[in-house]
Design a protein around this ligand. Sequence first.
Ligand SMILES: O=C(O)CCC(=O)C(=O)O
Ligand SMILES: [Fe+2]
Length: 290
Amino acid sequence: MTVTPDVASLQSVPRGTPVEEILEIVARDGGVILKNFLSKDQIDRFNADVEPAMQALAPGSTHENEIVAAFHGSNTKRLTNLVTLSPTFRDEIINHDLVHDLCDATFLEESGTYWMTTAQVIEIGPGNDAQFLHRDLENWHPFVGLGKNGPEVCVNFLIAFTDFTEENGATRVIPGSNHWDDFEDRGTPEDTVPAVMQAGDALFFSGKTAHGGGANKTADEYRRAVAFAFNPGFLTGEEAYPFLVDRDLATTLAPRVQRILGFRSQYPVGSAGLWQVDYAELGDYLGLDG
Ligand SMILES: O=C(O)CCC(=O)C(=O)O
Ligand SMILES: [Fe+2]
């Protein structure tokens, strides 16, 4: 059963809002807009970092499965391996205090340590249809059945790297859908509200919240986001970063960044540790400091 949205639009919070307050809003509505999550300078530098790779990338999906290809978008570019491509990403964005504070508060007590499952540019071009509505926890299907009472298995920081308008494909969100009784129900476009944002703002939302990329109805505007998402340590991520990021490069990163990329071990609650070498810390095996 689909219900009308609990709130008419997503709440926005200014920089400096306490983590507990942010998480209260997310627990209630399913998501929140973090104003000025990145500075104008960070936006400009990141966009410059990825520009050559974005230019070289063709829009549309290479996936054979029609449903997956539609999900990826006909005139959408998706760029991964941002740790390698962007110094701004690897030195600043991925080491952002608010990201780590929110992930600590979300995951540590319930599940243990956490790691990054994806960081990808999603650039929606003119004429691209709306993405079908979904919940990000659908990637780990048993959690659909566990529904609203299941553990948090994914949180996403969807960062705006251009302004997001209703016309250019702002992400559509169903506030309150994190509380629905049946997570097989993804809702309808009429239930959604647009996450209108300025470049530098981020939509922080739960894996339990129904959402999807909006249609780009403009003639010539490109809507650029980075979806930057986390799993608890009991889940293994979508992208095999230890095989994408060079080991020498990894040694230059902050320890917590090394951990969320898989260069250090995971410690889920109830476990003596996973992602280890001979039952010992992977970071030790790799000779990392700290
Ligand atoms: O591009 C967007 O606005 C949302 C994309 C998304 O939800 C996804 O790919 O999982
Ligand atoms: Fe999504």
